[in-house]
Ligand binder design. Structure first.
Ligand code: SAM
Length: 367
C-alpha cells in the first residue's frame, strides 16, 4: 500500500480518536468497515496510527493530521535505522509523560535508555502454543521459539492469524510473553481448583486450564458479562471444559463459597507496561487513574483472600510498572494479612523480554 493511502486511512482513524474513541478501537472499527483491506494493508495503517502516538511529542501541532502522520512515520523509520540517533534524554522528556518518572522503580542510566528505546520500537507478536506443541506450530506458522518458556513463539510471518486453520482449531492463542509468565507463576496442577477473579476474555484462564491438562476446575469471573461470553467461545475453540464462568463485580459479595488451591487476581491497572503496544495510553492515563486503580486492586485482593484453602496460593498480576499499583499494593496487602506469607515478587520490564511490562506478586496461606 502506498504511504499516502495508509496516511489517508490513518487520518480517518485519528478523526474518530478526536471524537473520544480509543485509538485501538477506532482502528478496529475502521478496518471492519473496510473489508477489502489485505492483512499487510491493515498492518501498514496500524503502523501509521501507532507511530503517531509514539512520536506525538515530536510533532508540530500546527501541521495537518496527514502531515503529522507522515512526520511520525519518518521519525519511526529514522529511529529504526539508527536507534542511537535520538538521545535518551530526549526520549525521557518526550516519549512518556513527566509524571511517570515519580512512579517507576529506580533504573540505572543504561536501563532507562533500554526501557525508552523499547517503548519506541514497534511491538512483536507473541503466540502461546498448546502445551508441548510449539515445535510443530513453529513449523506450520512462520514463527520462532524463545528460551523463556517452552510454549511461547514469536510470530514473524504476515498472515492474518485469526483466519488460519490453526487458530480455528484452537492450536494457539495470541498472548503476550509477559502474560504467559503469569500463568507459569500460578503453576496450577491438574485436578486443583483455581479462581481467575479478573478473567476478562480468558487469556490467562485458558492458560491455567491448559496447564491443568483439562483436569480440575478453573472458576472465571469478571464484572463484564460480555467478556465472559467471549471467554466461553475461546474455551470451546480450545476444546477445554474444566472451567465455570460466573460474573463478579469485585465486591465483598463473592460468586461462590468454594475454597481454592489458587487464586489469580489479574487486576485492572493503568497499563504502563503496555505503552509500547498501545502508545496512545501514554497521553490519556493520569496519576489520578493510578491512585484510583491502586485502591481497586487492594480491594480486589482483600475480597478474595478468605477464599484460599490452607496452603493455597494467591497471585497478583498487573501489566503496569507504577510503584503505587505494584510494590505499594503488595506491601499494604501483606501488612493486613499475617495469615498470608509473601513470596518473591517479579518486576518484568518491557526491554527484558521484548514484551509487555508486568508485575507479579504471590502469597501462600499459612494458617
Ligand atoms: C487486566 S484485565 C484482565 C485480563 C484477563 N485476565 C486476560 O488475561 O485476558 C482486568 C479485568 O478486570 C475486570 N475488572 C475491572 N474492575 C473490576 C472489578 N472491580 N471487579 C471485577 N473485575 C473487574 C475488567 O473487566 C477486566 O476484564
Amino acid at each position: 500500500m502506498p504511504e499516502q493511502s495508509a496516511i489517508s486511512h490513518a487520518t480517518r482513524v485519528l478523526a474518530a480518536v478526536d471524537h473520544g474513541v480509543r485509538a485501538d478501537l477506532a482502528l478496529r472499527d475502521h478496518i471492519a468497515q473496510n473489508r477489502h483491506l489485505s492483512p499487510p494493508e491493515k498492518r501498514t495503517i496500524a503502523r501509521a496510527v501507532f507511530a503517531y502516538f509514539r512520536w506525538q511529542q515530536w510533532l508540530d501541532a500546527r501541521q495537518s493530521p496527514p502531515q503529522r502522520l507522515a512526520a511520525a512515520l519518518k521519525l519511526q523509520a529514522g529511529f529504526e535505522t539508527d536507534e542511537k540517533s535520538i538521545k535518551p534524554e530526549a526520549l525521557a522528556a518526550r516519549a512518556v509523560p513527566a509524571w511517570l518518572w515519580d512512579e517507576l522503580p529506580p533504573l540505572d542510566a543504561p536501563g532507562k535508555a533500554a526501557f525508552l528505546r523499547q517503548l519506541q520500537r514497534e511491538p512483536v507478536l507473541w503466540l502461546r502454543a498448546r502445551p508441548g506443541t510449539a515445535a510443530t506450530l513453529a513449523k506450520s506458522l512462520t514463527s520462532s521459539p524463545t528460551d523463556r518458556t517452552s510454549d511461547a513463539l514469536r510470530y514473524t510471518g504476515a498472515l492474518d492469524l485469526y483466519r488460519t486453520e490453526q487458530f480455528r482449531d484452537g492450536a494457539f492463542e495470541i498472548q503476550d510473553l509477559a502474560s504467559q509468565l503469569v500463568g507459569l507463576a500460578c503453576a496450577p496442577q491438574p485436578g486443583e481448583t483455581w479462581w481467575d477473579a479478573c478473567a476478562g476474555e480468558g487469556g490467562k484462564t485458558l492458560h491455567l486450564a491448559d496447564l491443568m491438562a483439562n483436569k480440575g476446575l478453573v472458576w472465571a469471573s469478571d464484572r463484564h458479562t460480555g467478556r465472559l461470553t467471549n471467554l466461553q467461545r475461546r474455551f470451546a475453540r480450545a476444546k477445554l471444559f474444566n472451567y465455570r464462568a460466573a460474573p463478579w463485580d469485585g465486591s465483598a459479595k463473592l460468586p461462590t463459597k468454594t475454597k481454592f488451591d489458587g487464586i489469580l487476581v489479574d487486576a485492572p491497572c493503568s497499563g504502563t507496561g503496555t505503552w509500547q503496544r498501545n502508545p496512545q495510553a501514554r497521553w490519556t492515563t493520569t496519576p489520578d487513574d493510578v491512585r484510583e486503580l491502586a485502591a481497586t486492586q487492594l480491594a480486589l485482593l482483600t475480597h478474595v483472600a478468605s477464599s484460599l484453602k490452607p496452603h493455597g496460593r494467591l497471585i497478583y498480576a498487573v501489566c503496569t510498572l507504577t510503584l503505587s499499583e505494584t510494590t505499594a499494593v503488595a506491601a499494604a496487602f501483606t501488612a493486613a494479612h499475617p495469615e498470608l506469607e509473601p513470596q518473591p515478587v517479579q518486576t518484568i520490564w518491557p526491554h527484558e523480554l521484548n514484551a509487555n511490562g508486568m508485575f507479579i506478586a504471590a502469597w501462600k496461606r499459612i494458617k
